[in-house]
Write a new protein. Sequence first.
Lengths: 183, 115
Amino acid sequence: MLDSLDIREIHKHTAIIAVVGSYDGRDDWHTGNSRTALADSTTSRVSYTLDSSLDSVNKIEQVAEQCAQRAGFDEDTIPQIAMAVREAAVNAVLHGNAYDSTKHITASFETTADSLIIRVADQGLGLDPDKIPDPLAPENILRGSGRGIFLIKAFMDEVNFRQLHPGTELTLIKHRTPAQPGT
Amino acid sequence: MSMKVKTRQVDGITILDLSGRITLGEGSVTIRDAVRDVLAKGSNKILLNLGDINYIDSSGIGELVSAFTTVKNGGGELKLLNLTKKVHDLLQITKLYTVFDIKDDEATAISAFTK
């Protein structure tokens, strides 16, 4: 297990940015990867800069699951959030950065009183959300790809696209309910 | 956990018992290779048992669709068996539930193939 996934060390009532060491010695995590954490009394935030690999996708998915658990989402919603974030990370690594080892992806996880907000960004050529084919259309229903953004939208309350020049940032928001006491 | 495949034959139908995750780079490649192997051996009636698939992403869904179209275009049949709730829900959301022939019981699935 990656002990760096534990975000309990984020201190409440502070507003420091802490650069937390990289990983637990696994060779597949490059030294360029980093993580920062920011927290105050109402918000906790952790962010990662990772290489363009499937290992990064898996890591981001794991963190998403942990953040969703901490935010108090129910057992049906947690895997949906994790899947939506995984799909965003896959898009960033595969379609955005095209596995380019010189490019990185960033992922931030912010828990506020109202929402869990996840941002995933790449350094690719950019993505025009209006040009994404509808995977439910009869002519697309048997396509072997093209369902990632659709699933993200299905599982999250809000999905926003921002062009970074270069790259694309997806912001995924899931609203918490009053019954979710979480972090 | 990556995906594992066990292959068996029942009444001329090739059953692939899949377990684990069908995701980009892991299960999706495995399932593609497994279906290709079955077709290469001359069988084109395939039953994918997804009872032990606990996770599937959009890439995995795409791989199921590709397997379905590949087998169908070759004159064969591919059916799905024992969907977990997660996989069932994903196929509902993506409107693929009615595209696939999905069965809950192996014997019923076997008898549903064209003889």
